[in-house]
Design a protein around this ligand. Sequence first.
Ligand code: TXA
Ligand code: MG
Length: 346
Amino acid sequence: MKTEQILITDLAQQDEDIARAAARIRAGELVVFPTETVYGLGADATNEAAVRSIYVAKGRPSDNPLIIHIATPEDAERYALTNKTYYKLAEKFMPGPLTVILPKRASVCATVTGGLDTVAVRCPSHPVARALIEKAGVGIAAPSANLSGRPSPTTAAHAKKDLNGRVSMILDGGEAEVGLESTIVALDGEVGTLLRPGAITYDALCCVCREVKVAPAVVERLAENERPLSPGMKYRHYAPRAPLTLLEGEENAVLAYLKSLCTDKSIGILCYDEEIPHLQGGARLFAIGSAHDLQTQAHRLFAVLREVDDHPEITAVYAHLPPREGLGLALYNRSIRAAAHTVKKI
Ligand code: TXA
Ligand code: MG
């Protein structure tokens, strides 16, 4: 399949491009589109054959369900049984980087939900995503637009690298702002369970829900054969080719340890910007942002993990263990997965 790529620089002037992409969605084809979190690989959520082709294009296990992207919070009614807490969350955080899991309507096909009786809905804020969903007139089922197991794409180039020839169209809307996938919360009445941390933080959810639990898989390794609340949690994810070790300890002690590694050319280090002058010696450095600038670190993490794989000489990778507070929890969650839970205490 030939993949057409369209750059969207001025949405107001590019109605026709969006209309063409929306027509492809309605024709059952796959369209990659930007969101504020990461790029999505979209298909008409009401077309079972189209949804099935998402799993094929990504090489994704069929029991790992998809998120339905909607144009307005009210559109959730078409696919899910909503409640008051959903609308309170919507009022505060939608459109935006939040996915809510609710009981599904009978009409939603099992291919979207991986056979579960719940469905994930999300109303993204990216103007291109919103325009596409609105124009398509249907919910768009979309996982992140990467091959299964790879870091989620934060640019159209990342998505193209993974999916060129496997999708009908790629809409290039520039770099994704957040850089990590949406926060996922499952609702049971007024009680939420955080399944995947993201830019909408645990504390932010607590301002709306009566209680917010945290699914164990967010911070811990699942036991062999344990069934996670969110199927995606059990799969190997984001890992670079060379094994990643996370370093836990006081900042200066970790820097001293990194210094001891930095003469080795076969080592990659994901370091803070301010550490660069101290780590000159031969190791390949990947700056992830300033030490306390978690937003920049979130924005850069997946791109950096992809960059590491472009260096065949690297045989081991080291990075800081992120803090678990605020946006740090999302960085922590993605980092421990990329490191297969390998943490070294310094
Ligand atoms: O930011 C995002 O959420 C991006 C953009 C494209 O919107 N999408 C994304 O989709 O990250 P994906 O498929 O890569 O991750 C969706 C996660 C998976 O871990 C899946 O298991 C979980 O959501 N999920 C989907 N439906 C679920 C359900 N009914 N119950 C529990 N978990 C569910
Ligand atoms: Mg994904």
